[in-house]
Ligand binder design. Structure first.
Ligand code: HEC
Ligand code: HEC
Length: 190
């Protein structure tokens, strides 16, 4: 990928904004294998990322790059990126539409989840997860399996998850209620 780019630079085929655009589209394509076309993931432990807020995308990628945020995979992926490349990737994915992938769940679980969201999550995520606070990403139709894995990271004392208010929210709710809540979010569509 970088070889193609270097050739283009050396042969003068690209310059200025044209170069930047091609570079980022090439880089963004490397995310498809895990995050899906246009950042719409086919599941279930991989999150959709197309249409997340630009500031959120840039912040979490930088937190991984600088070792401030726990990850299974992403820390290794972003390590080689410049901050400019991260900002450009954030801009690229933020420009895609957010596309919820509603997942089914048993009615009792959804009822429990709805109650848990109402009492503990709605202030910051909205009732459907689709009306988030400034710092929070949309959760409506995000993959519930992925969200459960993230909740485990927040719960684990050994893992760094820097957002204190979200960490506090997880500590204040029973694990089974939080799990039901993310199933509720995962079942939502626009
Ligand atoms: C090999 C699979 C893989 C590839 C390739 C990959 N990711 Fe990820 N991504 C993950 C996993 C797994 C997570 C969950 C965080 C973790 O534990 O690493 C994730 C999480 C994310 C998140 C957080 C989403 C959220 O809702 O908080 C963002 C943003 C992200 N990736 C961006 C990217 C970008 C941009 C690229 C391409 C440059 C990329 N990823 C390539 C596996 C991948
Ligand atoms: C005080 C505000 C607040 C409350 C209350 C709150 N959250 Fe969050 N939540 C956030 C913020 C902000 C983030 C992004 C945090 C970060 O960047 O690490 C987040 C992130 C998440 C994520 C990870 C999303 C992703 O794409 O990686 C999940 C899942 C989640 N919240 C579920 C919940 C659930 C379930 C509840 C209720 C039990 C809840 N939250 C309560 C603010 C809140």
């Amino acid at each position: 990928m970088r070889n193609v780019l270097m050739t283009a630079i050396l042969t003068g085929a690209l310059s200025g904004p044209a170069l930047a655009q091609t570079n980022i589209e090439t880089l963004a394509r490397t995310c498809n294998g895990c995050h899906g076309l246009g950042g719409v993931s086919v599941g279930s432990s991989m999150p959709s990322i197309g249409g997340l807020p630009r500031a959120y995308l840039a912040r979490v990628m930088k937190e991984w790059k600088y070792g401030q945020r726990a990850a299974v995979t992403m820390n290794r992926i972003v390590r080689g990126f410049s901050d400019d490349e991260i900002d450009a990737l954030a801009t690229w994915f933020a420009a895609q539409p957010w596309t919820p992938v509603p997942q089914q769940a048993p009615a009792e679980l959804l009822a429990l989840g709805k109650r848990a969201v109402w009492t503990t999550c709605t202030d910051c995520h909205g009732m459907t997860g689709g009306d988030p606070d400034r710092d929070a990403p949309p959760l409506d139709g995000q993959w519930s399996k992925y969200m459960e894995l993230e909740l485990e990271k927040y719960r684990s004392p050994d893992l760094a998850m820097p957002h204190r208010q979200m960490g506090k929210a997880v500590d204040e709710v029973k694990p089974e209620d939080a799990s039901a809540a993310v199933h509720w979010f995962g079942a939502q569509k626009r």
